[in-house]
Write a protein that binds this ligand. Structure first.
Ligand code: SF4
Ligand code: SF4
Ligand code: FES
Length: 249
């Protein structure tokens, strides 16, 4: 028998500088709910378990199908996406908290711009000269396409960084997602023009040498990117680049 209500405890913070508090809710059960719909129910009637009125919970979401990467949060202590976390599969009381390694904006919404800054560091893009029609790009072998495709599935959710023991203020480590995207663009025939710059960026402060190979990242990734394989491959390429630079400087 499914429960008649869903018990949920949410860590809330009204602004970046205020102390967090926990609010408890009890929501009528409906089959097939996910965490996003649960938060939607609270927004419709923001009253806590003691009957006290409160404000709707702030959180990020957009696609509702694990594509945009915006709804990552800690659900029962685990970094995962709210839209694909089904209430029926979670132990109660369900606990919700913001990702812990990123500045809180409000409630469950955090500022994950560090990932985009890190992607800029490694130039994770294909450079084009202007916006005119460049014609079809260089051909790629299907084997290379097959290796690149899983890397292109990254949704920038930052779960891999949240669970990484090395992703912290001391190391400045860029994290697994950035390394995987550097690999993706190094394998692109047009993107490879920046390959050496990417490898040098990954050998600097907070670079690939900070990875302790704990492999938490690969287990947390909702899109199952081959993160540890990417880190191994890029470690090798960074080393080769360093040796080349020694002999050409
Ligand atoms: S292997 Fe470990 S240390 Fe390296 S990025 Fe993944 S979680 Fe972090
Ligand atoms: S590599 Fe996976 S866990 Fe990391 S940001 Fe991309 S999708 Fe999220
Ligand atoms: S809302 Fe887009 S991944 Fe969850």
């Amino acid at each position: 028998m499914p429960p008649s209500t869903i018990k949920v405890e949410i860590k809330r913070q009204s602004s970046p500088d205020t102390a967090p508090v926990t609010e408890k809710f009890e929501i009528p059960y409906r089959p097939g709910m996910n965490i996003t719909s649960l938060l939607g129910e609270i927004a419709l009637n923001p009253v806590d378990v003691a009957g006290k009125s409160t404000t709707p919970i702030t959180y990020d979401s957009n696609c509702l199908e694990e594509i945009c990467g915006s709804c990552a949060m800690l659900i029962n202590g685990k970094a995962r996406m709210a839209c694909s976390a089904l209430v029926d599969k979670l132990e109660q009381p369900i606990t919700l908290a913001p990702l812990s390694k990123f500045p809180v904006v409000r409630d469950l919404a955090v500022d994950r711009s560090v990932l985009f800054e890190n992607l800029k560091k490694v130039k994770a893009w294909v450079p084009i000269d202007g916006t005119y029609d460049l014609g079809s790009g260089p051909k790629q072998f299907p084997q290379v396409q097959e290796q690149r495709y899983p890397l292109s599935n990254c949704i920038s959710c930052c779960c891999c960084m949240e669970v990484c023991p090395q992703f912290n203020d001391v190391t400045n480590f860029v994290g697994a997602a950035t390394i995987a995207q550097a690999k993706l663009f190094n394998m692109d025939p047009s993107g490879a023009v920046l390959k050496e710059e990417r490898l040098r960026a990954l050998s600097g402060d907070g670079g690939i040498q900070e990875c302790g190979f704990a492999q938490n990242c690969v287990q947390a990734c909702p899109k199952e990117l081959p993160l540890t394989e990417s880190i191994s491959d890029m470690s090798r390429d960074v080393f080769v680049q360093k040796v080349k630079d020694i002999f050409t400087s």
